[in-house]
Design a binder for this molecule. Structure first.
Ligand SMILES: Nc1ncnc2c1ncn2[C@@H]1O[C@H](COP(=O)(O)OP(=O)(O)O)[C@@H](O)[C@H]1O
Ligand SMILES: [Mg+2]
Length: 406
């Protein structure tokens, strides 16, 4: 960290700037937190919000960092975050060894913490929550000067919260449908081993639209294929509805996939010699309680195209058939790998609109994309970098597909 008053002014100016330019409180806090974390060089940061309907249990509102805090919470008075909330006094811990000091270990969703700064925030009438910054064991420890800056910036974020009329409720995730822990995936070609996934920890929640964003080659498709039972991890655990599938046989994975997962691919993967309706019926025959194929085509707005072959339909229409084909199974989860990458803008929006309807109808969906704009319609966004989760964010108010522009 730069060691000068100029640095402090710059950092404060940057936070002021993003908060002033934000159009919603969510954006102000999310961008504010991101800026503070970037300027302070911290590994992670979180805004914890007291849930007034649950004895002020502190739930994550936004966070930045390589961990998934979604289902984490703190009880007031308990642990650093809980203590800071109850005392409304900031805490700094600079020389902490999470590995030796197990009893008082600071938990940032399993990431061993080396130093931490926690700042409370409140408005005139009540205590609202805590802003937390952490550095991992392997990173530099925070300094007093750095902590001063974090506290000032956190206070500015707190003022933004205070001035805002609309106080959001903490985000409460649904049940965990899938749970991935320390997932790695290596590919071996001759003597060369390529490490593609380097330890992914992720939960998927019932009914959410989870978007996985990242540059080409960062491991998105590999991860999606593991989630869908099309590929197995090299190491780590994978649970579906509490059932451990980490060591499942090919046969068990095929069954899991058939009964629970619907896939949507960038290239549609429809059978060219079958009509739209026949493509659906082929899948319907494989499962126990399929949706009526005509009904599925109606949902995607293609009832008048059921006798068309794929070659007689546009890309967008073919992708809608492939969404209908996924729906026919009544799957618990739909996995979509770059579903709009081959489509023009207007057609992409049509397809995304259908996907939005499907999710809001109750189906859980994990969508992979490299299009940043699509993240706006997600409930949660996981940003991946080089085989790891780099950042997880929550959208408190997801945009509609029709609001997206690129
Ligand atoms: N079967 C394989 N053998 C070797 N390398 C692979 C294999 N599959 C994927 N990879 C490599 O893994 C990396 C990530 O691939 P992928 O998951 O498809 O990335 P993304 O979907 O994010 O573009 C790429 O560098 C790719 O070349
Ligand atoms: Mg891919």
């Amino acid at each position: 960290m730069e060691n000068s008053a100029l640095y402090i002014y710059k950092a404060i100016g940057a936070v002021q700037g993003v908060i002033a330019n934000a159009t919603t409180l969510d954006e102000a806090l999310q961008e504010g937190l991101k800026t503070i974390v970037e300027h302070s060089g911290a590994d992670g940061g979180a805004i914890w919000y007291a849930d007034k309907t649950d004895d002020n249990r502190l739930r994550p509102f936004f966070w930045i960092g390589p961990v998934d805090l979604t289902s984490r919470s703190h009880v007031p008075g308990d642990g650093s975050v809980g203590r800071v909330f109850e005392s409304q006094t900031a805490e700094r811990l600079f020389e902490f060894n999470a590995l030796q000091d197990v009893e008082t270990a600071i938990d940032f969703a399993g990431m061993p913490v080396g130093s931490m700064v926690c700042v409370p925030f409140s408005n005139n009438s009540e205590d609202l929550g805590v802003i937390q910054f952490v550095n991992g064991l392997d990173s530099d420890r925070f300094t007093d000067e750095g902590a001063d800056v974090m506290e000032i910036m956190a206070m500015m974020a707190a003022i933004a919260i205070e001035e805002s009329e609309a106080l959001a409720e903490p985000w409460k995730p649904g049940e965990i449908v899938m749970s991935l822990r320390d997932i790695t995936r290596e590919f071996q070609n001759g003597d060369i081993v390529t490490k593609v996934l380097k330890g992914v920890n992720l939960d998927v929640y019932e009914g959410e639209l989870l978007v996985l964003l990242g540059e080409s080659g960062c491991g998105k498709s590999t991860l999606l294929n593991i989630i869908g039972g099309m590929d197995s991890a090299t190491s780590g655990t994978f649970e579906y509805l509490g059932e451990d599938l980490s060591n499942a046989t090919q046969e068990q994975l095929t069954e899991f996939r058939r009964d629970n997962i619907g896939f949507i691919f960038q290239s549609y993967n429809l059978m060219p010699n079958l009509t739209a309706l026949q493509n659906l019926k082929l899948i319907a025959e494989l499962v126990e309680d399929p949706m009526d194929s005509d009904e599925a085509l109606e949902i995607v707005g293609l009832e008048d195209r059921k006798r068309n072959y794929p070659s007689q339909m546009s890309g967008g229409q073919q992708q809608r058939v492939s969404i209908a084909r996924a729906l026919v199974k009544r799957p618990k989860i739909i996995l979509a790998d770059e579903p709009t990458a081959a489509l023009d803008y207007a057609t992409s929006i049509e397809v995304l609109q259908v996907m939005e309807e499907v999710v809001r109808g109750g189906t859980t969906m994990v969508m992979v994309t490299h299009n940043e704009e699509i993240t706006r319609m997600a409930d949660r966004v996981v940003r991946m970098r080089d085989g790891r989760m780099h950042e997880v964010t929550i959208n408190r108010h997801p945009a509609h597909a029709t609001d997206l522009v690129w």
